[in-house]
Design a protein. Structure first.
Length: 194
């Protein structure tokens, strides 16, 4: 059994100034692969939402995240790989092989792993994981907007839009902000934003 794992760079939260990085692990049923799986960035919001529900009903899925504190205490790459590893370990069925989106294989896997550059465009299972990670993170940020409404997380999901930067200027950072990322970082050094 082969499955795809995706941290979905830029789509599940590697670049934003706030919120978690989210990873998903998906084992597709080879007899029931959802139609229309594609890189989450290539799908409309409504299509991603629709596929999210279909994937959850037809596949084995696990989701894990690393919050701003973990990102700040390590770096975005390590926090992403840790979320990927935890997503794999959360699966109800152990995979024989992990296909990981990107250049890195998460350390600490109980099986073999293979890194697949631009995997969400090359593997259906990674595309499915990308969709799960993206929708899960978007929903997390929409809920965060209810707790911290001044920042507009429901509209920009923590990315560095002008509205978000203005809100940080007006209200200062909240606990969801990544203090190791510019412009929040105080020591003048750039964070390892990949």
């Amino acid at each position: 059994m082969v499955f795809g794992l995706s941290q979905a760079p830029d789509e599940a939260g590697r670049g934003p100034l706030a919120g978690p990085v989210v990873a998903a692990a998906v084992i597709l049923d080879p007899d029931n692969i959802p139609e229309g799986l594609n890189d989450s960035k290539q799908l409309s919001i409504s299509r991603r939402e629709e596929l999210f529900e279909i994937i959850l009903c037809s596949s084995i899925v696990s989701i894990a995240s690393s919050g701003a504190g973990r990102i700040d205490n390590t770096d975005i790459r390590k926090a992403s790989l840790d979320a990927m590893r935890r997503a794999v370990h959360g699966l109800s069925l152990a995979p024989a092989l992990v296909l990981a989106d990107g250049r890195d294989i998460p350390p600490g896997l109980a099986c073999m792993g293979k890194a697949v550059v631009k995997g969400d465009a090359r593997s259906l299972s990674i595309a499915a994981a990308s969709i799960i990670a993206k929708v899960a993170r978007d929903r997390m940020m929409a809920r965060a907007d209810l707790v911290f409404p001044a920042y507009g997380f429901a509209t920009h999901a923590g990315y560095a839009t002008q509205r978000h930067r203005n809100a940080i200027g007006d209200h200062g950072p909240c606990p969801l902000h990544r203090m190791s990322f510019r412009p929040l970082r105080q020591d003048g050094l750039e964070a390892a934003e990949e």
